[in-house]
Design a protein. Structure first.
Ligand code: NAP
Length: 466
């Protein structure tokens, strides 16, 4: 396996960038693509790197041209294309070969595919890759699920192509079968929440404080030198500063306010709910994208309900602190989901290592991740990131600003679902005696569900049944 012949199928945005990265690192590579014209274009694009390249006209032709043991990376859309590619490949593979799915697969599919391929004497690696096209080309963050043996066989090449944080490769085997794709899914869930918090901040500055996009961009650029330092804040500053090629107006003014999504945010929320978890900031972000797609409904609502967005009195410093608090909650909720999955599937995820491999190459890389890995290696009361001393202190300092931002947004009519969701989580987790005593009373009243008394006696019923 260490000497596996490498092949890559699917030369789209991510596949072609990853292929060039592999070639750059000196590894010979076989490639093919569904539409074979793309292969010719890729060979031309590869320039001098094409020397180590063996193009093939089809997936099967590629497998046949490769010497065993083979490691074939699939970089095609998740779902059916992956199953179809595997079905095509399998008759041409032999014991010891491995298929690597480097797309954004649903981890349930990865677990199933692992079982099916292992039953046929083949191996499967579920490999989450983050960092977009630039990451794939220059070094992404790579989250792997699979057996130790298969990982060890491919480790050298995976670590070579991965991003490096102070020399440490941002790639790790995180557990068996679906673990890598699950961690990648939750990574994307956190990404959704962080992007939504940033968008809400932009909305308050633009429509609540009347600031021009370029000016907001300058503020974000300044924040990127402080506690909010991160890839997403950095690119936000650039997007806000950009002007349209044709009109010269802010580039944002020509972009339709309807967000796309491919599933990973939704899967994060579905899995969280299934495991009895909730991730309010991530849920809010997924919902916000879904609602954004209802443009005609929103346009009708603007007329029919006639709510207006008013001015907000918030300083840059308050928004910066609120964004920091929201971001901490987004990460914390993501790690809570990872903990629940690790317990359910027996993955023994190393949360500190997860944070470490997100420090470079991926979309949610930020200066907070160093603190997060430190927190997971230290004393973590109740296993909660928000209670780690460094984070508890940051939250104590930033929560008043978060509270002010949520209140100002609500009073002036600005939707801020991720900020609100983050604050609700913090307020709930810092309330020792909540209000579900009433919920339990109601449940017992209408359904005789019973409740537990404060003295520990369970299965009790209220006087309404006397
Ligand atoms: N874009 C990102 O930032 C990003 C980041 C991380 C992960 N991902 C994941 O990476 C994977 C690839 O994404 P991408 O952005 O590179 O997509 P893309 O640019 O749309 O490329 C898709 C590739 O898959 C091929 N393909 C599509 N349907 C196929 C099918 N039914 N059978 C075989 N091949 C098929 C396409 O071939 P043709 O040339 O014939 O169309 C093309 O080579 C996805 O799982 C995506 O979620 C993307």
């Amino acid at each position: 396996m260490t000497n596996a012949t490498l092949g890559l199928y699917g030369l789209g945005t991510m596949g072609s960038a990853l292929a060039l990265n592999i070639l750059d690192n000196g590894y010979p590579l076989h490639v093919s693509n569904r539409t074979d014209k793309v292969v010719d274009d890729f060979v031309a694009e590869a320039g001098p790197l094409a020397e180590k390249l063996t193009p093939a006209r089809s997936l099967v032709a590629m497998a046949q041209a490769m010497e065993a043991p083979r490691a074939i990376i699939l970089m095609v859309p998740a779902g059916r294309p992956v199953d179809e590619s595997i079905a095509e490949l399998v008759p041409h593979l032999e014991h010891g070969d491995v298929i690597v799915d480097a797309g954004n697969a649903d981890f349930n599919d990865t677990m199933r595919r692992t079982r099916e391929l292992e039953a046929q004497g083949l191996a499967f690696l579920g490999m989450g890759v983050s960092g977009g096209e630039e990451g794939a080309r220059r070094g992404p963050s790579i989250m792997v699920g699979g057996t130790e043996a298969v990982w060890e066989g491919l480790r050298e090449v995976i670590e070579a192509i991965a991003a490096k944080f102070e020399g440490d490769p941002c790639a790790a085997r995180l557990g068996p079968d679906g673990a890598g794709h699950f961690v990648k899914t939750v990574h994307n869930g956190i990404e959704y929440a962080d992007m939504q918090l940033i968008a809400e901040t932009y909305g308050l500055m633009r429509y609540g404080r009347g600031m021009a996009p370029a000016r907001i961009g300058e503020v974000f650029a300044g924040w990127n030198k402080g506690r909010l330092q991160s890839y997403l804040v950095e690119i936000t500053a650039e997007v806000l500063a950009a002007t349209d090629r044709e009109t010269g107006a802010p580039a944002l003014d020509d972009i339709l306010d309807r967000a796309g999504q491919k599933g990973t945010g939704r899967w994060t929320v579905i899995e969280a709910l299934r495991m009895g978890q909730s991730a309010s900031a991530i849920e809010a972000a997924v919902a916000a994208r879904s609602w954004s797609a209802e443009k005609p409904t929103r346009e009708a609502g603007a007329v029919l309900l006639g709510f207006t967005r008013g001015a907000v009195e918030l300083t840059d410093a308050e928004l910066e602190a609120a964004l920091l608090a929201g971001r901490i909650v987004a990460y914390a909720q993501g790690f809570r989901i990872l903990r629940a999955a690790s317990d359910e599937f027996g993955w023994s995820l190393d949360f500190a290592r997860v944070a470490e491999i997100w420090r470079a190459g991926c979309i949610i890389r930020s200066s907070l991740l160093d603190d997060i890995s430190g927190a997971f290696r230290g004393d973590l009361p109740e296993g909660q990131l928000i209670f780690a001393p460094a984070f508890a202190q940051m939250l104590q300092q930033s929560a008043p600003a978060l509270r002010k931002v949520v209140a100002a947004a609500a009073l002036a009519g600005h939707a801020a679902p991720a900020f609100s969701g983050a604050l609700a989580f913090l307020d709930t987790m810092s309330t020792a005696r909540g209000t579900t005593d009433l919920i339990q009373g109601q449940r017992d009243f209408f359904g005789r569900h019973g409740f537990e008394r404060l003295d520990g006696r369970a299965g009790q019923h209220g006087p309404w049944w006397d």
